[in-house]
Design a protein around this ligand. Sequence first.
Ligand code: GCW
Length: 833
Amino acid sequence: MILLVFVCTYGAHAETGEAAWLHYAPVQDSRLYAALPGTVISLNDSVLAKSAARELLQGVSGMLRRELRVRTQKEIDASAFVIGTVTEVHRRFPDLPATEIADDAFYLKTLHHRGHTYIVIAGANERGILYGAFALLRRIAQQQSLANLDDKETPAAPIRWVDQWDNPDGSIERGYAGRSIFFDNGHVRSDLTRVSEYARLLASVGINGCNVNNVNAAADTLSTASLEELARIADAFRPWGVRMALSVNIASPQTIGHLDTFDPLDPRVEAWWKSKTDEVYRLIPDFAGFTVKADSEGQLGPSNYGRTPADAANTLARALKPHGGVVLYRAFVYNHHLDWRDPKADRARAAYDIFHPLDGEFEDNVVLQIKHGPIDFQAREPVSPLIGGLGRTNEAMEVQVTQEYTGQQRHLCFLVPMWKEVLDFHMYAEGSDLHAKPEGTPVKELIAGKSFHRPLGGMVGVANVGLDANWLAHPLAMANLYGFARLAWNPDLTPKIIAEEWTRLTFGNDPEVVKTITAMQLASWHIYESYTGPLGAGTMTDIIGVHYGPGIESSERNGWGQWHRADHDGIGMDRTVATGTGYIGQYHEPVAAMYESLATCPDALLLFMHHVPYTYRLHSGKTVIQHIYDSHYEGAEAAANLIPQWQTLKGRMDDERYEDVLNRLTYQAGHAIVWRDAISEWFLKTSGIPDDKGRAGHHPNRVEAESMQLKGYAPVDVTPWETASGGKAVICELAEPCSASFAFSGKPGRYQISAQYFDTNNGAAGFRLLINGKQMDAWTADDSLPSPKMNGHTSTRHTTSDVALQAGDTIQIEGLPDHGDKAGLDYVEIDPE
Ligand code: GCW
């Protein structure tokens, strides 16, 4: 009977991933919890405590199939879960400590009292109660015992925010999971169900703030009409203790205030910010604050009036201070019209050059929001020297959950190990209240916001979840959102613990599932890095476009400053003090000395710090050029190997998520080959140095489309050339199918036939594979990859497995164009099965 109920409930709902890590699936061993109390008593009647109690009911019902009852606090006479603030709990159970704990902290304790068992969740404040409830449920989901709870958790820092780069029209800048959950068509959505669910997810991992609109802020964000709508989002957040913040345009006093200036030091401008901020708090009493992107990538800023970022930030800060609000002023300020001919020009220097001299000039409710690296969320960057360059200014570190430069949630790339490296990196900073410790000052301490001169600090993750059912499109990408939040709460957690925890909560406790997914996640960043950008040179993507597929020269000869400076002789940015841009001098010793010297600079960052010839020998013993070839071949192979690892999990989870991930991994393996080939061939051609292992430029199993027998198809050049094999492909410009065919000349056997085609986003071309005129496979190029052109963004692989072939067989690809999609075909590769 019980089994029947279980099967019916489980089978009835299709798994969409929407529940994320709050899956609350039945735990296998519920005997562990046989003695749990059946009631919840809340000593606190705030909205947040109500959320906590409801969550306990929901979680226990899902995981243990038991329905808890909420009882009034008068009836504290039988075993119960008891929730309340530390003070409230102490009043009921004087044996429990009344000690003050930090904001948002909580403790969990199992108490045996007069023959009853109480599971106490005590929060420092109401948010702490909620976080405690989620922490308790997390234990049940992982099948940990609650028999002797005695735990206290304190968040590492006060600022634990996510940013969303959502636009009023409902699009999301660098969002890869559908449209905005907040906005549509110039307005806040009427149905904010997903917003409440998002806030619940965020609260479950301790996130206490969310900036909801793009940092490239719309001019009228602060208009009264807009604020009245935005207040509804804050209402949806409130039950979960998530405070809403807004990105503001620094020119607002002029654009919507109709002043003739936005000079932050003009008294009329100051008065405008003050009265606007008062208005914000009338509508949104728990408003968190303003995020500012100014003087950056075309945004106006204080420099228009010769003022500093401190002048601008302080004007806003003074308006917010009486209400308890903060300014998160982004340090992502740089000149994107740099002179690429100038060997001393360096975008990486910008944040430090601009903000270091202002240290100590900011109001105490201003926090500098600093990207973790000095460039822009590349797959490999050193830690931003600015993080160690401030002693009397609050700082928060910005990381990117949305995978802009790391595969856009089409590639698996678990970023927690990268963030963790950054958090643990020692900056040897010396500020007025930091003692130069022999063991250094790791980033996690610098951003903790717990020192006299720096009361605020923390982490901000650019999340960009969207309306897609599972929030970030790739089911495994949710581990990045989870992991970001867990690190913001506790930077001492390890990537492995985080990956395991997330997997258990999301997919259950099957040891095979936990082991396999954890291993895949932990390997994925390195895999992605090795088939994209080598040795810290940058990701080598198309940097002026969508930041997705390869586009090696796009970074060069323009003002954006993401140069790798690869030419015939060598590669890398000389950022040394001795001969380069001097960037390395922004670090304290001994970090600066380590980077400055080739002898001690780590291989992984070599090309970020130095320009070297291709024949330069790494610490690994390989030459730079051979490393480029090897890492790209190894990386693509490792990406392909993720597929069989995942396949071991078939039947160990729902089919929906299993298939979804399998399809994404298959796509990734194909695109890793596009990356591998683009980079290997480009460096082969540019350096003229062959691959020791003879792989680059040699593809014995490949037949180029342009050399097949073509009917209707016509050869074209592809730009950039390295994104198509041999620089060419064929396209069909007819209204009927075109075909490309050739005779198989290998040994008889069973083969995999891979067609490399271009899936542009301006139509859905149809493809067929025929052997001797008989259809073996058919597919449609209907993905929405980010380009209408044939290039590294759209090049895609379709593999047909287990095809019997003998010499003389005709292999034919037929392409039927659709709208702008001309059924572009690059090559066919035939590999033994
Ligand atoms: O990474 C770059 C992105 C921009 C973004 C900018 C920023 C919101 O390509 O899309 O703009 O950073 O962080 O401000």
